[in-house]
Design a protein around this ligand. Structure first.
Ligand code: SER
Length: 884
């Protein structure tokens, strides 16, 4: 059977047992901030396990794309070293949601493995959680497995958790004994061949999880209302076993990639040795990279994009070990797409884009590597010279942070040179850095806050939002909170949180800011300063009571600031137009990566590799304004998520959408899933002006723009500025450019003249200074007050005097910008008897300042410009005293 047949066989087996086939979810877990990547087939069903959503069928079967490179499930270190761990892999699974349980799950698995696929029973082993007597009995009594091959294990091996939080439960696994040939460790002193003994002879094929708990942010397990089945079978391993291959890399899943690497590197693939490890790493990583990018992840320095970048870079490094010196990964990406697209058609949606992103990133990394290696080599050399055996954490951090050189590569290279590293110093520097910048992936911390918020509002019904149709409504106050504590009444002056049964106020979401406005009741009125919302759908009005009191149960008229809302609507619809036009002009690789929609402006972040040229920006702006002038209707529609996707609606990757979704349609231009508020016709936007374009991370650009009233005031402002500039320059607006060119030319000429004049003044001054020299005890003393000189002029004069006189002390002062500047010099023949620094400091103090410097030259400053002559007159006496 080839890989496609095996995948299909599994699905068909469960379809016959009344399971519904569901396609693989994206590698980006939708709306689940606790996970960086989809790491198991069950992720997309998490909310069903938690009883938050009804399953489309009580029994489901699928084959899910997974990544295990971070968090609780991380196999990165094993990849390539062995032949059966992967970063990216597929997981076959069958599910029961409150339907069948342990017995059927075990019997289905046993039937498929032994009766259908005819795997030899004597080679199969079953494990169960030590306290799960029920599972043990099912294996012992209901299957014909060898009784000695049923083994108990503890939490580490037989209790499955998705991550730090989420659905979990005891599990039972099926392992296969591949035969003693597979264990290359068997002669090592402490090694025992066996299940769960880190022995490559015994590998886990299928995990049957009996989901019955939810683990929360505090680590508490609470029983779920229903019991479920979640099973997962590593597809690549299964294919190796069924195809009778020694390793996953010999199956038809990996063979085309391995052959392509063999061909490019001119190296045959075997099993043992570093170059084979490298070939496996590359074959594994290119799959991860290709699938991640086609699921919409872009290489970056944060979160998911960072993991993608690291994997890609790791592959490049292993390519170097195979002496692949030119970019090669992007070529392998085509092989990967050709091999896998029949099962995952999304790979074929925009293959050129995926390949291009890989190529660009590979090229960029080659430059980084080159520079980083150069710096690291310098550091290693220095370390060797200083006979240090450890590279400092600071150095390692510098490489990582400033030069983008991956720390795992630093480690590997240091190992090659037998140099250790200060891991804790590095971690410290990293922690400091992390504390400075907020990570883009919010993770468990945010979850804890959300859980706390959810607890606060748990007994309150979600708010009904009426703001799509209305700007004001009569509503009831159903809760008031002061700093998280419920209260009954808020007096005038108090700032509290208020929940209404229904509201026209938009709660901040999807990049759009919350509404502000007024709540008025029979007993008082309150300003709504902001509106936010919880994931459970509570709209929180952050209010300040202005007059009277606001009490629980009050009926209020809730009225939003409509002008502000109109400005927001203009900006929100503009982001949709911009998104569509960017894709039109720059290409389909452009995807929204974030946005902020406020009344004053909007910003739109999107994936794109390079700066947008000025001419493209003009084009983009012109096209959007053309669509605005076309005054096209903007519709909102509610439909099922599946229909929306079928219609090609743009959705954000990591947003969780309900089964009913709202779409904003600008016919022929744009279709996006969006809960925001929009204009009725594009003409309502009035005008759009792009104000800024720039990069915010590798591969992510940002455009900021203004619309409507703001765009108009911007033009008025520019117009006024031009008008004022013209009148300053005493010309008319249409001759302004010409006038400015003239002024600039004149300026240049004046500058030239100034230089000539200065030189001649300096010459005169020098002559005068030499004439006014006084002599004290055979020392020539030059003391002078010059006008409008800067420090450089004074220094240059000093130098010229020094060249003319052998034994001289020079003190020069000038006023500049209302302050005294001063320099002093002493020729070599008079040092150490005199010290320029000390001398100038003493004089400057009399002028309300200070200074210092070397014995031969020093400078100082002071405040009392009027006293320069008076103080300079005292200098000869000062020197006379010093001579004595
Ligand atoms: N959730 C379990 C696993 O990932 C079974 O699917 O192993």
């Amino acid at each position: 059977m080839n890989q496609f047949e095996i995948r299909q066989h599994f699905i068909d087996f469960f379809k016959e047992k009344h399971h519904l086939f569901v396609p693989s979810d994206s590698l980006i877990p939708r709306g689940d901030k606790t996970l960086l990547f989809t790491n198991a087939g069950m992720n997309q069903f998490k909310d069903i396990f938690l009883n938050q959503r009804k399953p489309p069928s009580p029994r489901i079967v699928n084959s899910q794309k997974c990544m295990r490179v971070s968090g609780k499930h991380n196999d990165l270190e094993d990849v390539g070293r062995d032949t059966y761990h992967h970063t990216f892999f597929e997981m076959l699974g069958n599910w029961s949601f409150g339907d069948y349980y342990k017995k059927e799950a075990i019997l289905f698995a046993w039937e498929l493995m032994t009766a259908i696929w005819q795997l030899p029973k004597e080679k199969l082993w079953a494990t169960y959680y030590k306290d799960d007597e029920e599972a043990r009995q099912i294996w012992a009594d209901e299957t014909d497995i060898n009784q000695k091959q049923i083994l108990p294990f503890d939490e580490k091996d037989n209790f499955w958790e998705m991550g730090e939080t989420g659905p979990c439960g005891p599990c039972s696994e099926i392992h296969i004994d591949l035969g003693s040939d597979f264990c290359h460790l068997r002669n090592e002193p402490d090694h025992h061949c066996g299940v769960n003994m880190n022995c490559p002879r015994f590998i886990e094929l299928w995990n049957l999880v009996f989901i019955q708990y939810n683990k929360d942010g505090q680590g508490t397990l609470s029983p779920l209302p229903y019991k479920h089945i979640d099973t997962g079978m590593g597809f690549e391993r299964l294919v190796a076993v069924l195809q009778g291959k020694k390793s996953n890399y010999d199956t038809d899943i990996f063979r085309p990639l391995i052959s392509h690497i063999e061909e490019m590197s001119n190296t045959p693939y075997g099993q043992e040795g570093q170059h084979n490890v490298s070939m496996r790493v590359i074959a594994d990583h290119i799959r991860a990279v290709t699938f991640l990018i086609s699921d919409g992840i872009f290489p970056s320095n944060e979160g998911r994009g960072y993991v993608l970048r690291r994997i890609l870079r790791r592959a490049v490094r292993h390519g170097k070990l195979l002496e692949l010196t030119e970019p090669f990964l992007y070529q392998l990406a085509s092989t990967c797409i050709d091999t896998m697209a029949a099962a995952y058609p999304e790979l074929k949606e925009d293959p050129n884009n995926t390949i291009l992103i890989i190529k660009k990133e590979e090229e960029r990394f080659r430059q980084t590597l080159h520079r980083g290696l150069f710096i690291l080599e310098g550091m290693i050399e220095k370390n060797k010279q200083a006979q240090k055996s450890v590279l400092s954490g600071q150095d390692m951090f510098l490489l990582y942070d400033t030069y983008g050189f991956p720390s795992d590569l630093t480690k590997e290279l240091l190992e090659e040179h037998n140099i250790g590293l200060d891991e804790s110093g590095f971690q410290e520097a990293m922690a400091l850095q992390k504390a400075k910048g907020r990570s883009s992936w919010e993770g468990t911390e945010r979850l804890k806050q959300e859980e706390e918020l959810a607890r606060t509002y748990q007994d309150i019904a979600p708010t009904v939002f009426v703001g799509y149709q209305q700007v004001s409504d009569n509503s009831n106050v159903i809760a008031l909170f002061l700093e998280g504590q419920p209260i009954d009444e808020a007096p005038s002056g108090m700032t509290v949180e208020c929940l209404l049964d229904k509201t026209p106020f938009y709660g901040e979401a999807g990049g759009q800011v919350g509404d502000i406005g007024l709540l008025t009741s029979a007993t008082g009125s309150s300003q709504v300063l902001n509106t936010t919302r919880t994931p459970q759908g509570h709209f929180i009005h952050h209010i300040k009571v202005e007059q009277g009191t606001l009490s629980l149960g009050d009926t209020v008229t809730a009225k939003i600031d409509t002008q502000r809302r109109d400005d927001i609507r203009r900006n929100h619809t503009s982001t949709h137009l911009l998104h569509a036009v960017l894709r039109e002009i720059l290409g389909d690789h452009v995807r929204q990566a974030g946005s902020l929609v406020s009344p004053d402006h909007f910003r739109f972040d999107f994936t794109h590799f390079e700066r947008i040229s000025q001419s493209d920006l003009v084009l983009i702006e012109r096209e959007i304004n053309r669509l605005i002038l076309a005054n096209i209707d903007v519709h909102s529609e509610t439909t099922s998520f599946d229909t929306a996707v079928q219609e090609g609606a743009m959705a954000l990757f990591d947003e969780k959408y309900a089964s009913e979704v709202r779409m904003i349609r600008i016919p022929g231009i744009s279709l996006e899933l969006c809960g925001g508020t929009h204009v009725h016709k594009t003409g309502d936007i009035g005008l759009l002006k792009i104000r800024h374009e720039g990069g915010i991370a590798a591969g992510i650009r940002r455009i900021e723009a203004i619309t409507g009233k703001k765009a108009h005031s911007w033009i008025v402002h520019l117009d006024q500025e031009v008008h004022e500039i013209a009148s300053l320059l005493k010309t008319s607006e249409d001759r302004l450019k010409q006038k400015i060119s003239c002024v600039l030319i004149q300026n240049k000429e004046l500058e030239k003249e100034i230089v000539i004049l200065r030189n001649s003044i300096m010459k005169n001054e020098l002559r005068r200074m030499m004439d006014e020299t006084v002599e004290i005890n055979g020392i020539k003393v030059v003391i002078n007050h010059l006008h409008h000189m800067d420090t450089n002029d004074l220094r240059s004069l000093c130098d010229q005097v020094k060249q003319k006189i052998e034994r001289a002390i020079i003190i020069l002062a000038s006023e500049r910008a209302g302050k005294v500047i001063m320099v002093a010099a002493v020729t070599a023949a008079l040092i150490p008897a005199f010290h320029a620094g000390k001398l100038v400091n003493q004089i400057a103090r009399m002028l309300g300042g200070g200074g210092g410097g070397r014995a031969d030259f020093a400078q100082a400053g002071g405040k009392f410009v009027d006293k320069i002559d008076e103080v300079l007159a005292e200098v000869p006496d000062l020197i006379t005293q010093l001579v004595k």
